[in-house]
Design a binder for this molecule. Structure first.
Ligand SMILES: [Zn+2]
Ligand SMILES: [Zn+2]
Ligand SMILES: [Zn+2]
Ligand SMILES: [Zn+2]
Ligand SMILES: [Zn+2]
Length: 287
């Protein structure tokens, strides 16, 4: 899709024209047969053909090369009009620099820079349009903090806007408070469950300790009773011992008497005394 020949000032060599579009070469490529084409033109052609459109020699995309340097120089030096000539641009420059000019050309149509605006306008008129563009926006002069599109300028009501926002914030706040409440409640619930569990565990432990304690108490009681009984038995034994000692003393006395008197009969008395002691019923203490 080359440059329109009409735009060029002066004679253009036939060799600098594309064999397909017949315009001046744009991004040229050259086939081995030395015919040159715009890149877009020859790529389009080779989709359905596999030869040179000029002389029918077989060609392939891989065989295409850049233009000879001298031809490239000739091409770059060609002078042409800006494509916005019909809108008033009178710029004529070399093919080499035409792209740079056209990107910045004051007569180029560009879209309005305001979001939402579909107006296309020449670059030189953009400032004028922006001043009246319906999609221009500015901060509210009354200080509510809103940015107002100029199309909505007359309908803007600071109080209504702020009230709507306040309502929004309020309902958001209520939501958040509800959420916090729910979370707190569920946390409390789980803590309560935990406490109940713990309490029952503690209760069981207490019961266990209580029964251990009562077992120990009864052990202590029976130990104390046994001790009391031992003591009484000891006392009893002491008593018996004392009686026996006395008896023994009596016997010894009798013995001395017998030896002095030489009587056999006197032996009977102490024996009967001993028998009486042995037969004496033992006192038994019961706790
Ligand atoms: Zn072409
Ligand atoms: Zn050819
Ligand atoms: Zn221009
Ligand atoms: Zn606009
Ligand atoms: Zn306002």
């Amino acid at each position: 899709m080359g440059y329109d020949l009409e735009r060029f000032v002066g004679y253009v060599n036939e060799g600098l024209l594309c064999s397909i579009c017949r315009d001046v070469l744009e991004d040229p490529l050259q086939a081995p047969c030395e015919h040159a084409f715009c890149t877009a033109c020859i790529h389009g052609w080779l989709v359905h053909h596999s030869n040179c459109p000029e002389d029918r020699q077989v060609i392939d995309v891989s065989l295409l090369r850049p233009l000879y340097r001298y031809m490239k120089n000739d091409l770059n030096r060609l002078q042409l009009h800006c494509r916005n000539r019909e809108y008033g641009c009178e710029m004529v420059c070399s093919l080499e620099s035409i792209d740079r000019h056209e990107r910045e050309c004051e007569y180029s149509q560009i879209p309005c820079s305001n979001a939402g605006c579909t107006v296309q306008i020449e670059r030189r008129n953009l400032d004028g349009h922006l001043a009246v563009c319906e999609f221009r926006s500015r901060e509210c002069p009354n200080g509510c903090g809103y940015t107002i599109l100029s199309a909505e300028d007359t309908q803007h009501n600071c109080v209504a806007e702020l009230r709507t926002e306040l309502e929004l914030l309020r309902s958001e706040m209520i939501c958040r408070v509800e959420e916090a409440k729910h979370e707190m409640e569920s946390r409390l619930d789980s803590q309560r469950r935990h406490m109940v569990q713990k309490e029952s565990i503690l209760q069981n432990e207490i019961e266990e300790l209580k029964s251990q304690m009562s077992r120990m108490m009864s052990d202590v009681r029976s130990l104390m009773a046994a001790e009391r009984q031992h003591r009484q038995e000891l006392e009893q034994a002491e008593l018996e011992k004392r009686e026996l000692m006395e008896l023994l003393k009596g016997l010894q006395k009798d013995c001395r008497l017998t030896t002095t008197e030489g009587s056999r009969k006197s032996n009977f008395r102490p024996l009967t005394r001993l028998e009486s002691v042995k037969r004496k019923p033992r006192e038994v203490t019961v706790i």
